[in-house]
Design a protein around this ligand. Sequence first.
Ligand code: ATP
Ligand code: ATP
Ligand code: MG
Ligand code: MG
Ligand code: MG
Ligand code: MG
Length: 272
Amino acid sequence: MACSKFQYVKHFEQPHDLLKNTFIVVRIDGKGFSKFTNAHGFEKPNDDRGIELMNCAALSLMKAFTEIIIGYGQSDEYSFVLKKSATTYSRREDKILSTMVSHFTSAYIFNWCKFFPDQELEYPPTFDARIILYPTIENLMDYLSWRQADCHVNNLYNTTFWLLVHNNSDEDKTSQEKQAQAHEDLKGTFSKDKHEIMHKFGVNYNNEKDIYRRGSILVRQWNATQLNKQAKKEKKRKSKEEEKKEETKEEKQDITTKKKPEIIQDKEKSVI
Ligand code: ATP
Ligand code: ATP
Ligand code: MG
Ligand code: MG
Ligand code: MG
Ligand code: MG
């Protein structure tokens, strides 16, 4: 009784199903990680432990969500690509987004002590997330290229920035002041100028680790048995879809013949 009286509130929920036949991209980004990385003694510009922890959380997510085909990570963000035919949570946006960002966050915290054994978590890190749909493989590749270009631009800036800070020997200046100075020095510089500054400090950017310059990529690879299983599943799904298509075709044909008798008549007339 009580249940039926209140059940109407369920209808206030507004489900949103993601468009079929599109790549689902979920991008997760650390909230306030400039502050978080400072508060937890991350090495600047690139702390390997931090990168490995992000990759570990991403791997855990990809194990839990088997329809993710690619993961791409850089800095405090990770993008996950679900295949076009994904049916996870019947493609319900709120379910996919909330469980994925929740899983990623808890995996990050769960594995923290493996990568930072000497650094306690001062407060719980959080991540935000969004979903973007891409209809074509070209769009998807451009999306990944865009995130990788972002990685490159930021890393070029950060590497030069921290070189300037770490090599600033002015003892009267606090670290904050040195950082403000470095930002000032880099204002209006182009990538060529940054390469020159690095060169002065004996750093060749091209020798920086790939993982810093390009980010991390995780790609799902299937073994032969899994591929066979998938092919069978796909075949079954397609034949079901074909069946449905045939049904709707028949229905459509019915409608057309019933709705356009005039046109048929006209045609007949013109033939005559
Ligand atoms: P928002 O909440 O808007 O995302 P944010 O402070 O997280 O704010 P981002 O643009 O996401 O801003 O920047 C991420 C920050 O985290 C940068 O300052 C970056 O240098 C730092 N960071 C991320 N990963 C690492 C790492 N492995 N080592 C050192 N610093 C890192
Ligand atoms: P779903 O992912 O669909 O939500 P679920 O297993 O979480 O699946 P729920 O309907 O959310 O299903 O049920 C929550 C389950 O957790 C129940 O089995 C409930 O008994 C158990 N549970 C939650 N809190 C407690 C608790 N404090 N003590 C004992 N059991 C609990
Ligand atoms: Mg953000
Ligand atoms: Mg962030
Ligand atoms: Mg970020
Ligand atoms: Mg539950």
